[in-house]
Every structure is written in C-alpha cells, then in structure tokens.
Write a protein that binds this ligand. Structure first.
Ligand SMILES: NC(=O)c1ccc[n+]([C@@H]2O[C@H](COP(=O)([O-])OP(=O)(O)OC[C@H]3O[C@@H](n4cnc5c(N)ncnc54)[C@H](OP(=O)(O)O)[C@@H]3O)[C@@H](O)[C@H]2O)c1
Length: 333
C-alpha cells in the first residue's frame, strides 16, 4: 500500500492508504519525490471540472525515480531520475490535440501519491539544475506557458509582453520564458508585493488589475503590448483588449473569472488584434520546453512546500490565491 491524496467527493479530500500501481507493458512505475498543484486540481476538488469521477487521485505534476518497468520497457530505465509529461494522447496534429487527449490526474490517477505508473513515452530526464521540488513544479505550467508564448503567439525577441495575474503558476513561467527569449515583460496582479517580486525577477513593471482604468495607464506608459498572456478572462478581459498594441496577439488558456460579459468586436478588428486559445502542449512543445529550461537554466518559482500528510493545506493555499508560483507536495523517503 502507499499514501495518496484521495478525493472521495466534492471537497472531500483525505490522505489515504491505496493500492500501489502495477505497470502495464509499456509503463514505468515512478517513486515520486515531489508533486505540484495546478488550478485544475482545485477545480476537480470543488466539483467544477468535466468528467469527474470519485474516488480520484488528483495531480498532474511529478518528479521521481523509476522503480519498476513493464515487460516491454528496457530495464535501463530503472533508477533514472525523471519528470512526467502530463499531456497524454495528443495525437499527430501540432495545431490541436486529438480525441484521445487527456490530462494526468483525471480520469487517470495522478501524481499526489507516493508512486505512479505512466507510459515510458511520458517521462523525460529530470533537469539536472533543478531540485526535486523545482522539477515537480515544471511540467504542466511550463508546457502551457511554452505553447502559449511560442507555438501559439509566436513571440519574438524585443516584443513587449503583458502577463496577467503574475502570482499564478503558469503566469510565472510565462514571465521567465518571455524574459529568457529577449522580450520586455510587464505584469498585472492584485498584490503590489507580487508585482515587486516580478520586477526583481526582471519584469519592467506592473499594474494592479483591480484599479479602474489600469489599461489606459498601461497604454500611456508602455505604448501597448504585442503579446498578452491571460488565464482569468471575465470582466477584466476587455481591459486586456484595450492594453494591446495595434496588431497584438492575446493568448489565453483559462477562464478563472468566467466568460467576458462583452466582446468589443470593433476594437478587435479595427486594431488588427488576434485572439488565440491554447491548451497544454504537444510532445514537440514538451521537448522544446524541457530543452529551453535547460539551455536558459530557468528555475521554477516554488511558493510553498507541504508534506503529503498536509496536502489539504496546500489546496487551501491555492484556494486563497496567496501563492507566488507553484505549490509543491513532497513525499516521505
Ligand atoms: N488550458 C490549459 O491547458 C490550462 C493549463 C494551466 C492552467 N489553466 C487554467 O489557467 C488558470 C490559471 O491556472 P494556474 O494553475 O496558473 O492557477 P493559479 O496558480 O491558482 O493562479 C491563480 C492566479 O490567478 C490570478 N487571478 C485571479 N483573478 C484574476 C483576475 N481577475 N485577473 C488577472 N489575474 C487573476 C491571481 O494572480 P495575482 O495573485 O497576481 O492577483 C492568482 O494568483 C486556471 O483557470 C487554470 O484552470 C489552463
């Protein structure tokens, strides 16, 4: 038996003893050293996610050591330090995922457990410059930020970028990746201290998205943004349209604040704006992201770390939105 975070129903989270995974022919069993939360896990816990099933072991991010191999997997994998790609079954089309696409941690049991079985094609070598906690923080958010900025928005060096809600896990990777790619990066946040931390990391400056008229100020100060990365949506989305430079691209992968109540179409077409949706990433995006992180020695920002026995506190922190970066859960041993 092993320890795992188990959701027995809506907001019914326990740390329980569950059966250990047995690898299928093409799978490896990874003894996880650390896992990380994504907002998806909070949506699942609160019953606000498609395809819910109970009980469920959530968690899309993990890093650990290969402990067992299925019969079709080369035993050279045993003992290797790996990270897990949570984007399963993307398919052959780079433009979008196919019908078999799924995300680790629902419907399949996830990484908030001492062990996980995954196809060997889903693991990659752990980046050697990262700790276990930093490695576990990387996969889902790094992949999403990578595809948003580079595969979808086609970010180029020298462009001006705005990343909204900089406390978020994906948002911080977007900041780090865009800086490493030679962009000028600005941020928004509800917390002045999070803006200050982003500036200390290399952002040019920031705006409080709760202040009425912040977008007009941003336009005045910066001249507008070539690329805007958002996952909040909601009523604030119109301000992002206002803050875009002529010909700008707004790329989004979440709707934490729901749908925008209006879409000001005239502003979008007259100013030649492009609205881009994105989700997770393909195997090619994954490989490129892992290479980029190694080349630029990007270090994920870990906001807080909890032992698995206190996983409920990790969820509560994300529910309060107080984090700056990723929330990590560590396993004993
Ligand atoms: N489609 C995909 O592939 C994909 C992948 C990853 C995430 N997502 C979605 O993207 C969203 C973020 O995920 P995450 O894991 O990065 O979440 P997270 O770490 O919980 O990020 C939450 C952050 O959202 C920001 N925020 C809240 N309300 C905002 C608003 N009105 N305007 C701007 N920012 C606001 C806050 O930033 P401040 O604290 O700075 O104010 C908060 O720190 C979620 O909805 C998630 O489901 C989708």
């Amino acid at each position: 038996m092993m320890q795992a975070v188990r959701l027995n129903g809506v907001n019914d989270l326990v740390v329980a003893s569950v059966a250990e995974p047995i690898p299928a022919a093409d799978e490896v069993v990874v003894r996880l050293r650390a896992a990380a939360l994504n907002h998806r896990d909070v949506w699942i816990k609160s019953g606000q996610y498609a395809g819910l099933k109970w009980p469920a072991v959530p968690g899309s991010d993990g890093a650990g050591v290969v402990e067992a191999t299925g019969p079709a997997v080369n035993s050279d994998w045993l003992g290797r330090d790996v990270i897990v790609n949570p984007s399963f079954g993307w398919g052959a089309d780079e433009r979008a995922q196919g019908r078999d696409f799924s995300i680790l941690g629902l419907p399949r049991d996830g990484t908030l457990a001492e062990k996980i079985a995954v196809p060997v094609s889903q693991v990659a070598a752990k980046p050697s410059h990262l700790s276990w906690e930093e490695s576990a923080a990387l996969p889902l958010a790094g992949l999403t930020a990578w595809r948003a900025l580079f595969s979808r928005a086609q970010l180029r060096a020298g462009e001006r970028v705005l990343v909204s809600g900089i406390g978020g896990g994906v948002a911080l990777f977007a900041l780090q990746f865009a800086l490493a790619a030679g962009a000028e990066v600005w941020v928004t946040s509800s917390a002045p201290e999070k803006i200050a931390r982003a500036v200390a990391m290399g952002a040019k400056g920031g705006f409080d998205y709760r202040t009425a008229g912040w977008a007009a100020d941003a336009l005045k100060v910066t001249g507008g943004f070539d690329v805007i990365v958002d996952s909040a949506g909601g009523a604030g989305f119109e301000q992002l349209i206002d803050a875009a430079a002529t010909g700008g691209r707004i790329v989004f992968f979440g709707a934490t604040r729901g749908n925008p109540p209006v879409l000001p179409m005239r502003k979008v077409f007259w100013r030649q704006l492009t609205l881009l949706g994105t989700t997770m990433g393909s195997p090619a995006d994954w490989a490129a992201m892992v290479d980029f992180v190694a080349k630029h020695q990007v270090k994920p920002v870990v906001s807080a770390t909890f032992p698995i026995a206190q996983a409920g506190d990790a969820f509560a922190l994300m529910e309060r939105g107080e984090q700056f970066g990723k929330i990590v859960v560590t396993m004993a041993g």
